[in-house]
Structure formats: structure tokens, C-alpha cells
Design a protein. Structure first.
Length: 209
């Protein structure tokens, strides 16, 4: 069964409180989402493989560790996932970026797939899938299915906030994909929104309704 990693660092929780606030505007929302994503990346990449190398310091030879041979790709689920990319790339600037387009039908709440553009060697990479909200889990589950269809095997999902229903859906459909979240909220409402959540992440990110 996939593991759920809740990252409760004080700085993350502080920034998340501001992100949740309905009075936080799009500019500050974008900046904070990027910052939280960067902070979460420390835990998300904690078990990435490293290799030992020797580095000449001004004093002597040091034995160090590098991730240079670890191929990484960041895969935002459009559109809200785009807001998390910048924070990850600040820490892993050599990562490639793919995009998956999935939207949720407002009536059925089922995911509709419309776009997928990935690195050619996606099957060889450690994939970090980004989606701020794991509500029903439909979009994330569909996006991960996209990746597996193209040969991906090393996938982890990073979300800001998750609902128990979304976690259960992810674990049922993709038990091999670990989830990293900053908060697990109470439930979904009748419209499929996370309670208390933060509203529609895409709309708040881009200033739309």
C-alpha cells in the first residue's frame, strides 16, 4: 500500500494558513504556493539515490555525495499544478518538465483527459507529479495512469491538501505511488470541494472564476 507522508514543518504550516485565507490575493497565493512546494521538495526527495564522489576542496580531498546520475522529471497536472513547478525547479534545476492535462467534469466529477507531453525517457526517471488539491483523486489517478501507460514506474505524488476520499482513491488505484501532503482535511462537500480546503486552487492561482 502506498505511504502517505504528511509534512508538518512549522514554516510549511504557517504559509499554508495564509494560502487558505480567502483574503489572500492571486500574487501572494502564487508566491506562497511556490515557496511551500520548494520546502516540501526536501522531504519528497529525501530517499533519492546518490553516489559517492571525490571533490578537491582548498584544503584536501573530500568524499561527497551527488544526485547527478539520478534522472528526475517534474509533472504538473494542468492547470493548478503549474503553480508548484517553480519551487521544485529552484532546488532541482536540471529536472525535465512534462505536462498532463486533466479536467473534472462539473456534473459527474469524473476526470476528462485532454493533453499529455512528457520527456521521451520518462520510463527511466524519478517522477514528481504535482497537483495542489487531492479532492476526489480523479485527476491525479488519471494523470498517473497516463504516466504508467508510457512506461513510468517510479512515481510520487505531491499535493498541498488532501481529502480522505482522495487518498483512498489513490491507494486503491495506484498502491505503488507514495503521497506527500502538507495537510489532510476533513472531507469533501457535495460539490467535490475539500472542506475546509482553500477553494479552487486554479482560480486562486490565476485570478479566474
Amino acid at each position: 500500500m502506498a505511504k502517505v507522508h504528511q509534512i508538518d514543518h512549522p514554516l510549511i504550516q504557517h504559509k499554508l494558513a495564509i494560502i487558505r485565507d480567502q483574503n489572500t490575493g492571486a500574487k501572494e497565493f502564487r508566491e506562497l504556493l511556490e515557496e511551500v512546494s520548494m520546502l516540501m521538495a526536501y522531504e519528497v526527495t529525501r530517499d533519492f539515490p546518490v553516489e559517492e564522489i571525490e571533490v578537491e576542496t582548498p584544503v584536501a580531498t573530500a568524499r561527497c555525495h551527488t544526485t547527478n546520475n539520478t534522472k528526475i522529471a517534474v509533472i504538473p497536472i494542468l492547470r493548478a499544478g503549474l503553480g508548484m513547478v517553480g519551487g521544485i525547479l529552484k532546488l532541482i534545476p536540471t529536472a525535465k518538465v512534462g505536462h498532463i492535462g486533466v479536467y473534472r467534469d462539473p456534473e459527474s466529477l469524473q476526470p476528462i483527459e485532454y493533453y499529455c507531453k512528457l520527456p521521451a525517457d520518462v520510463s527511466e526517471r524519478e517522477l514528481i507529479v504535482l497537483d495542489p488539491m487531492l479532492a476526489t483523486g480523479g485527476s491525479a489517478v488519471a494523470g498517473i495512469h497516463f504516466l504508467k501507460q508510457r512506461g513510468a514506474t517510479k512515481i510520487r505524488l505531491v499535493c498541498l491538501i488532501a481529502a480522505p476520499e482522495g487518498i483512498q482513491n489513490l491507494q486503491a488505484k495506484h498502491p505503488d505511488v507514495d503521497l506527500y501532503v502538507a495537510a489532510i482535511d476533513e472531507r469533501l462537500n457535495s460539490h467535490g470541494y475539500i472542506v475546509p480546503g482553500l477553494g479552487d486552487a486554479g482560480d486562486r492561482l490565476f485570478g479566474t472564476k
